[in-house]
Design a protein around this ligand. Structure first.
Ligand SMILES: [Zn+2]
Length: 249
């Protein structure tokens, strides 16, 4: 198919490119187009003829599927110029990854599943309940490497903070607050702010995400009452983590 990264590039000036460009395999290319639903994820243009494959880390020899994203020529230029930021590209790839992974009935075989080994005892015991090692893997557990969801404890802490927010919002009703409340709202607001779904946000933004959810908890009526009495609204991540490590076995 034309329009894939395989065709000779019309010499855009890219002076220093020490790494050798390798052509993307037909299979990878096909997966990428499927992942993108044959559309540019940035501007939604659906003309396959203008779609190209972008190397997210800028290394044209790194043809791992995680490093590649389909974009149209226009948006590709914007990425190269920095008008679309690397963070936006990363977030978009996460989003595609997530949306695409959520639907197919069977997960593609991935060569190695990375299981983080720091805190081995915890991950073992927690993961053992949800993931079958070996041939079968639960598709629900697939969060991209480097996403918050891929880190069991960080994900657990975010779950905890969000639960705390729900509980406090519920408590607010007993103070006579009739502000409409939806469980989905905080997730969709997070997605707008962080340009990725909650557990698909890059792990480097974990603290930022925590701060955001904490601020939401603090702004509830219950949260403000607690603070005025010097009562903390949530455990710090460090104590949460210590508790998980202690109870995990
Ligand atoms: Zn585009």
């Amino acid at each position: 198919m034309k329009g894939s990264g395989d065709r000779p590039q019309p010499e855009r000036q890219k002076p220093k490119r020490p790494k050798q460009r390798k052509s993307v395999s037909a299979l990878t290319s096909k997966k990428l187009y499927q992942e993108a639903d044959n559309r540019c994820p940035f501007c939604s243009v659906a003309d396959v003829a203008v779609l190209e494959i972008h190397h997210i880390d800028g290394d044209p020899s790194n043809n791992k599927i995680e490093n590649l994203i389909v974009v149209c020529g226009n948006c590709h230029t914007k990425i190269t110029r920095g008008e679309i930021s690397p963070a936006d590209v990363h977030a978009k790839k996460m989003e595609l990854f997530w949306t695409h992974k959520a639907s197919p009935r069977r997960a593609e075989k991935s060569p190695k599943q990375s299981v983080s080994v720091n805190a081995a005892s915890v991950s073992d015991s927690i993961i053992a309940n949800t993931v079958t090692f070996g041939r079968k893997r639960s598709p629900r557990m697939q969060y991209p490497v480097d996403s918050i969801g891929a880190d069991t404890i960080k994900k657990g802490y975010i779950d905890y903070l969000i639960k705390r927010y729900y509980d406090y919002r519920q408590a607010d009703a007993s103070y006579g607050s009739f502000r409409p409340f939806s469980h989905a709202e905080i997730h969709s607001t997070i997605q707008r702010k962080f340009k990725a779904k909650t557990f698909f946000i890059h792990v480097s933004r974990f603290e930022e995400l925590c701060e955001y959810i904490k601020s939401r908890v603090d702004q509830t009526i219950q949260g403000r009452n607690n603070r005025s009495r010097g009562v903390s609204n949530y455990d710090a991540f460090e104590s949460y983590e210590a508790e998980q490590l202690g109870n995990g076995r």
